[in-house]
Design a protein around this ligand. Structure first.
Ligand code: 5GP
Length: 139
């Protein structure tokens, strides 16, 4: 699938728009979802330009999973989450709304995902407070 350099996550990677950052390394960035489906809902993205899993080089996919593991563990520790749900949508046919590959890292249980997908903006201060607890647990 062809990659649109002006998608919102490409702009976040270029620091053209802000995000509430949780973690960054050479290959990945993790930040808070602004329309979370549970408290603590985070996103992990590769720095490589890819729309779906099927466009993503193996090394970038592995780097994303390493970061997902860090974030999920920090959500368990920092937020007291019993479980962590991973979600990853490929293409508009799956309901993907941002065309840069990402993995949703969602603390809680599948039954907690009652808030609709990518719909309701959360309060920024609330997101920042949750992010601080996740970041503290990463240390
Ligand atoms: P998708 O539908 O592509 O799997 O998920 C995209 C996710 O990105 C949604 O959960 C949505 O809430 C989130 N999102 C959309 N725009 C922004 C944004 O500008 N900043 C952040 N942090 N998250 C966003």
């Amino acid at each position: 699938m062809s990659y649109d350099n002006n998608n919102i996550f490409a702009k976040i990677l270029r620091r053209e728009i802000p995000c509430i950052k949780l973690y960054e390394d050479e290959h990945t960035l993790a930040f808070m979802d602004i329309m979370p489906q549970t408290d603590g809902h985070a996103l992990v993205i590769p720095k490589a330009s890819a729309v779906t899993l099927f466009d993503l080089p193996d090394e970038a996919a592995a780097a994303c999973m390493r970061t997902v593991r860090k974030i999920g563990n920090a959500q368990k520790q920092g937020l007291g989450a019993d479980g962590v749900v991973l979600m990853q949508l490929n293409g508009p046919g799956a309901g993907q709304t941002v065309p840069h590959f990402h993995i949703h890292v969602i603390p809680g249980s599948i039954g907690d995902l009652r808030r609709p997908h990518a719909t309701v903006m959360a309060d920024q201060n609330h997101l920042k407070a949750l992010a601080a607890r996740i970041v503290a647990a990463l240390a």
